[in-house]
Design a protein around this ligand. Structure first.
Ligand SMILES: NC(=O)c1ccc[n+]([C@@H]2O[C@H](COP(=O)([O-])OP(=O)(O)OC[C@H]3O[C@@H](n4cnc5c(N)ncnc54)[C@H](O)[C@@H]3O)[C@@H](O)[C@H]2O)c1
Length: 382
């Protein structure tokens, strides 16, 4: 048995499309899902964008004002895929209206913003899911299971690296991502938050860190209207107010040490997102661009124990919902389908599945600690 659930999407850029496609595909991959999402409404202030979304995907209504969605009794759950500075206001209002919330990371500009949204969801008793989609990759699920099962021994050290070149061009537009008031902490909220979530997901809580940040391109051409990650512009230059790079040393509560690096201006790197985890008897490595491959070194040899490639397969995370055999490629959008399904299941039975607002609060708290450390030059307890 499945029941319909009215959903709305606020903000129709890249992530608005990704969430909508995920809702539409959820039951294709999970036919037993107890909830079938219905596209009720979409909001975006950019002229024509919400109407285009409605025409493309079949939303029943389109508006430029997200507040209208919260007066529509057909809307039971909302995706918040608008820029970071709107997460707190919209996220808290969605929750306070009694609607379930699937919200993109980093959930606001600061840890305080994430905590405010989490408190609103707790008070209202609604379910939440947060867009930390990399943990949905089946190879990452398998890595987590191997680590938990002791396959690499005691974890001693790890590296989490999120490098992108999306802002490497000096003509890259001064979009909302580059101002403190609209983008918050720059690459920290944008990419390092994903890395922090993966680190916590695989190795547990981070208890202390020291971090350094830099802004490599201090000014960018201004732009009028909506601009994405990848837009170029030729307006007069305006200041970049948040970091392009962060490097951090981490101490995990479980004793392991880590290195975390994120950059949005790394020439030569296109979505080089991944990790290496080392233990006393083995090691694991994963690169998002080869999402279905996990490099695994396990055994009893210690030395000369090379990595072998394990292809994601049925039994690894949610792989079996997408493909029947090992090595058949999955995609970025599939991770969003897995995330959507976790959200819908959590609404159906009240149990959280996948990343939720407490994870967003934890990641934002680590990001705040990185900013503190970068300012003072000191180790910071998280
Ligand atoms: N999980 C991931 O992998 C991932 C990837 C990219 C972005 N994100 C997150 O998703 C969010 C959106 O990023 P994006 O890349 O889709 O951005 P984008 O700039 O492509 O799209 C943002 C959209 O929000 C709209 N918008 C602006 N003000 C609005 C308002 N008041 N009400 C409704 N809509 C409004 C814009 O017009 C635009 O269409 C960000 O928080 C970002 O951090 C997550």
């Amino acid at each position: 048995m499945t029941r319909p659930l009215g959903v709305a999407v606020v903000g129709f850029g890249w992530m608005g499309h990704a969430h909508t496609r995920a809702y539409l595909r959820a039951r294709h991959h999970y036919p037993d899902l107890p909830i079938t999402p219905q596209l009720v409404a979409v909001a975006d202030p950019e002229p024509g964008r919400a109407e285009a979304a409605a025409a493309q995907y079949g939303f029943a209504a389109a508006t430029t004002d997200w507040r209208e969605l919260l007066t529509d009794p057909r809307v039971e759950a909302v995706s918040v895929t608008a820029p970071n500075f709107l997460h707190r206001e919209i996220g808290a209002a969605v929750a306070a209206s009694g609607r379930h919330l699937w919200i993109e990371k980093p959930v606001g500009l600061t840890g305080d913003d994430a905590r405010a949204v989490a408190a609103a969801a707790t008070t209202a008793g609604v379910r939440s899911t947060v867009g930390f989609n990399y943990r949905a990759a089946p190879a990452v699920a398998e890595a987590r299971a191997l680590i938990a099962g002791g396959a690499v021994g005691r974890v001693t050290n790890a590296r989490f690296r999120f490098f992108s070149d999306y802002a490497a061009h000096p003509d890259g537009a001064l979009s909302w991502r580059f101002t403190r008031s609209h983008g918050g902490s720059g690459v920290l909220g944008d990419l390092a938050s994903h890395a922090v979530d993966l680190a916590r997901h695989l190795l547990g809580d981070i208890e202390a860190l020291v971090a350094d940040t830099t802004t490599v391109i201090p000014a960018r051409p201004t732009v009028t209207g909506a601009a994405s990650h990848f837009s170029r512009a030729d307006g007069p230059p305006g200041p970049v107010e948040n970091p392009d790079h962060v490097h951090a040393l981490l101490r995990f509560a479980g004793g392991a040490r880590g290195v975390l690096e994120a950059s949005r201006v790394a020439v030569g790197e296109q979505n080089t997102y991944g990790f290496e985890v080392h233990g006393t008897t083995g090691a694991l490595a994963w690169d998002f661009r080869r999402m279905g491959e996990l490099s695994v070194s396990t055994g009893e040899d210690y030395q000369s124990q090379s990595y072998r490639t394990v292809f994601a397969a049925p039994g690894h995370g949610d792989f079996g919902a997408f493909q029947p055999g090992a090595g058949i490629a999955m995609s970025y959008d599939d991770t969003k389908v897995i995330e959507a399904v976790g959200f819908l299941r959590s609404i159906a039975d009240g149990t959280p599945y996948g990343p939720a607002l407490d994870d967003a609060v934890a990641a934002a708290t680590v990001v705040d600690a990185m900013l503190d450390s970068a300012r003072t030059g000191a180790w910071v307890s998280v």
